[in-house]
Design a protein around this ligand. Sequence first.
Ligand code: NDP
Length: 280
Amino acid sequence: TTAPVTVLGLGLMGTALARAFLAAGHPTTVWNRTATKAESLVADGARLAPTVGDALEAGGVTIVCLTDYPAVLDLLDDAALEGATLVNLTSGDSAQARETAAWAEKRGARYLDGAIMAIPSSIGTAEAVILLSGPRPDFDLGALGTVSHLGEDPGLASLYDVAGLTMMWSVLNAWLQGTAMLKTAGVDAATYAPFAQQIAAGVAGWLPGYAEQVDKGAFPAEVSALETDARAMAHMVEESEALGVNAELPKLIKAMADRAIAAGHGGEQYPVLIREFERP
Ligand code: NDP
């Protein structure tokens, strides 16, 4: 569908969003504090709104993509929001999202919070993951990428965003740890990468089954007991220290397992560590 849309904020990301809407045929209104950043979009058919108020009156959905939440509140504080539909794709945390939702709703706007898990160049392709939370959308942002609505709680998009970042950086750190270890034996990163990829994909396959254990709160050792895992973790720490590579990550991994064992969970399966993550 090609309903009219408005984009407030034409930084690297906002520009990519506006460009994807134009490419999909949406009549697109844009506004940016520094108006010159709108020039190439206007050349491609966007309408430049002279003021934020004018931009909000264009109708349809208003996408907001600024540096941070204080900038959003600063910008919209004096604006007439009654009847507007705001989709705030600015990055922030779940508390900011919930507060901004309450603030916008009090002013008569329909507010969805969102998170963009993509780089500007991928916007407009299926690879770009856009998360939304808040009232169920009756509009289509499919022009931007793969859009998911996660639920009514406006904080959910930010929570999924940080959860996903935790996954991303943990996998990358684990890979770099192994790469540093193997480099000491002359194995280059490219040689190790396919093996690492296979392990990561295999472990990813365990998640649904382990999630069932977490949700049930029951952790029978069907595959291996935590104390068996902890013995392998000791090898990981000792090997890292012996090779002279960084041992912080292996030590952290082992310390968490040791605490769970000390709390009496050594005979249970790995996901019992959820308790260590829930209660630091
Ligand atoms: P930029 O720094 O390129 O753009 C920031 C934008 O915010 C500009 O349009 C700027 O206006 C505007 N702005 C900042 N403060 C104010 C203010 N007080 N009043 C009005 N406008 C203001 O950032 P990005 O476009 O890269 O990022 C925007 C959001 O998207 C961020 O929250 C970021 O985390 C998120 N994001 C970005 C990704 C990326 O790869 N770039 C990836 C995923 C999310 P002006 O041009 O006048 O300075």
